[in-house]
Design a protein around this ligand. Sequence first.
Ligand code: FES
Ligand code: FES
Length: 160
Amino acid sequence: MATGTRTITVTVDSVEYTDPVEPRMLLVQYLREVLGKTGTAIGCDTTNCGACTVLFDGYGIKSCTMLAVEADGHEITTIEGLTPDEGLHPLQESFNACHGLQCGFCTPGMIMQSASLLAENPHPSDTEIRAGLEGNLCRCTGYQNIVAAVRTAAEEGASR
Ligand code: FES
Ligand code: FES
């Protein structure tokens, strides 16, 4: 182990990884650069946009807000882990069906935060969907279709 590094063990998308990391490495950098989980995007690096959202022990967090060492012993789910081996997750289906994306840059983060929201509240109102996604920014869609996508996924039981 190189001087100044710390070894962490993290379960990411159901696989346990043990790696040396620099104490200053952000969790999003670990996911992308060490594990190759590039579905998690970096939009701002300053906790504003939500593009880097992943599930941390089941709850949506911005992975640019956390150090990799803080994930030691915890469980992370990325968009790669949410996506089934065959086909798409119901939220991915509904974002597609409802045209809840344009450029798609915000979409993995939107879907991960939506998954977190529906796990806590399987039948949110539109107001609750907007509140649940208020930390995730989209430059393209105007949000209407994103809200419709989450509502549709909820109606179809996406939280199960
Ligand atoms: S990249 Fe993490 S909030 Fe924007
Ligand atoms: S679809 Fe382009 S930023 Fe949201």
